[in-house]
Design a protein around this ligand. Structure first.
Ligand SMILES: CC1=C[C@H](O/C=C(C)\C=C\C2=C(C)CCCC2(C)C)OC1=O
Ligand SMILES: CC(/C=C/C=O)=C\C=C/O
Ligand SMILES: [Fe+2]
Length: 560
């Protein structure tokens, strides 16, 4: 029989199993068989064996061993537990119906492996990237996951220690001279990670790239095999080490922001499909603060790029530190104020810079232009998942906080923050909630929209909200900005990842499509979930052979 390198789905130990051994082992230890627990019939075993790719033992150099995962059941939710093996692929049993028009691959990236040997990482964003795929065709679903082979991941496996600077983790130095050497490597960027664990985008030319906040962490992958094909080399000489983790990517262009830490500001750049060269659209100088604000994401309208300047700013001193600070590589500068800058995409001119109330956001949702009756643009609306100008969400995403949940309501409140930016020369913009945050349990993050409405007036967004008490966004929510209402989906104890909207080809209604999410369950299981974009009711789910760790952002690769 083909042998599959499987770890125990219940996280007890790691060893190679045949599929049958795997089942028997589960039965021995837990009193249930894989068949009962995972709705895996013998027939499906056979199917899985023919479809599943055989993984060589050498690919499993790093897998969790039992003593490294927390033993307290309150602390080992599969969402915050390292992925159980390097890779897997197989067909899933579908309950319900996958629409026949849904043809293509949903890819989701995220930090899925949070330890090297005995060393456990501290922050959610530190984990080595795990890429997941859900390939839909003819109502069937083939799923898979695979570790991204970044230099940082390969070096960690080889040397059995962290070798590059991650979000909060820094390689340990043997002595002071090694630390000084590392500082010089930091300036050149060579000590920064290329662990592309944040998102994945499909460029207009079809290339699929995994991304993180470092420019060197732009890695091209094969969307079918999930193999890492190599680094995406930017061929321009714009330099810099970091960029926004969320470029705006359409079939026509790739837009991103390059923060300038030396002369505080941002370059707004554009790359055409089929090229690797970013060209500068324009530059925005910061209006306050010693450094640019963190630009994890930014919004665009049809004619403008909105450059956010958050008071949560990059901090050169914190970048150099060996131990994480409470705000990691950032610092909170309320006195430096918050601004939004609006740049014309065609001319690169900054048409306005307005001061806005202090805010904290990872994710902008969308933006659009408002016009007067003569068709003149009078203002810009920009929506984001806003954390009430409170940076404590960064601390809440430490693994010890995520793993330790005793039922207290500790998730800081968030809302859909709606900015109004006047274009009449006024110096101030407004920030208000777009709807009553109680509609979505005062949790708000990880959003998506119908991509056809990017930069245009839109009505719906999909995001993660909260059913309290909770310590992490635990619902999927559909936001209706016209009715100012939300529809919520909830499964007790489950951690859903970003709801991703895929429009039905030919649809004329904004919400005509499906919403895809991957759910990590409290019993260690997991499933792919499909909701109807309009009713927000479940239309299909498919159980995975084992639950996957939490993931961040995804993209859709339609079948050619
Ligand atoms: C959110 C989110 C952040 C994330 O980031 C990963 C990395 C490696 C970030 C690194 C850095 C900064 C955030 C600030 C500037 C320095 C640098 C070290 C590049 O993944 C996420 O999802
Ligand atoms: C998981 C998350 C942010 C991810 C950034 O990419 C936020 C969760 C709660 O707000
Ligand atoms: Fe993000």
């Amino acid at each position: 029989m083909d042998s599959l390198w499987f770890s125990d789905i219940c996280g007890h130990h790691v060893s190679p199993f045949t599929m049958l051994d795997f089942d028997q082992s589960c039965h021995r230890k837990h009193g249930f068989s894989l068949e009962n627990k995972l709705v895996f019939s013998r027939k499906l075993y056979k199917q899985a064996l023919t479809i599943a790719r055989v993984v060589s033992p050498s690919q499993l150099a790093i897998v969790p061993s039992p003593d490294k995962e927390p033993v307290d059941p309150d602390q080992n939710h599969v969402a915050w537990t390292s992925v159980k093996q390097e890779r897997w692929e197989g067909e899933l049993v579908v309950q319900g119906e996958i629409p026949l028009w849904l043809k293509g691959t949903y890819l989701r990236n995220g930090p899925g492996l949070w330890h090297i040997e005995d060393y456990n990482f501290r922050h959610l964003f530190d984990g080595y990237a795990t890429l997941v795929k859900l390939n839909f065709e003819d109502g069937r679903l083939i799923a898979g996951h695979r570790q991204i082979e970044s230099e940082a991941y390969k070096a960690a496996k080889k040397n059995k220690k962290i070798c590059f600077r991650e979000f909060s983790e820094v390689p340990k130095h043997e002595n002071f001279m090694a630390y000084v050497g590392d500082l010089s490597k930091l300036l050149s960027g060579s000590s920064l990670t290329d662990n592309a664990n944040t998102g994945v985008v499909k460029l207009g030319d079809g290339r699929v790239v995994c991304l993180t906040e470092t420019q060197k962490g732009s890695l091209v992958i094969d969307p079918n095999s999930l193999e890492t094909l190599g680094r995406f080399e930017y061929s321009d000489s714009l330099g810099g080490l970091i960029h926004s983790a969320h470029p705006i990517v359409t079939d026509a262009e790739f837009l991103t922001l390059l923060p300038d830490l030396l002369k505080p500001g941002y370059l707004v750049v554009r790359m055409e499909p089929g090229t690797n060269e970013r060209k500068v659209i324009g530059r925005v100088n910061c209006s306050g603060g010693p450094a640019p604000g963190w630009v994890h994401s930014f919004p665009v309208t049809q004619h403008y790029v909105v450059v956010p300047e958050m008071p949560l700013r990059y901090c050169a001193q914190n970048l150099l530190r060996a131990e994480p600070t409470p705000l990691y590589k950032f610092q909170w500068h309320p006195q430096s104020k918050a601004f939004l800058h609006v740049m014309c995409k065609a001319s690169g001119k900054v048409v306005t810079s307005v001061e806005v109330p202090l805010f904290v956001t990872f994710h902008f949702i969308n933006a659009y232009e408002e016009e007067d009756e003569d068709g003149r643009v009078t203002s810009i609306i920009a929506d984001c998942c806003e954390h009430h100008a409170d940076t404590s969400i960064l601390d809440q995403l430490r693994l010890k906080n995520l793993r330790f949940f005793k039922g207290e309501d500790v998730l800081p409140d968030a809302r859909v923050g709606r900015f109004k930016i006047p274009l009449d020369g006024s110096r101030n913009g407004k920030l208000e909630a777009a709807l009553d945050a109680d509609e979505h349990g005062r949790g708000m993050d990880m959003c998506s929209i119908n991509p056809a409405y990017l930069g245009k007036k839109y009505r719906y967004a999909y995001a993660c909200g909260a059913q309290r008490p909770c310590h992490f966004p635990n619902t999927l929510t559909k936001l209706d900005f016209v009715e100012k209402k939300a529809k919520n989906w909830y499964d007790e104890g489950a951690v859903p990842s970003e709801p991703f909207f895929v429009a039905r080809p030919g649809a004329t209604e904004e919400d005509d499509g499906v919403v895809i999410s991957l759910i990590s369950e409290k019993n260690g299981g997991g499933y792919a979930l499909l909701l109807d974009g309009s009713t927000f009711k479940e239309i299909a789910r498919a159980k995975l052979p084992y639950g996957l760790p939490y993931g961040l952002h995804g993209c859709w690769v339609p079948k050619k």
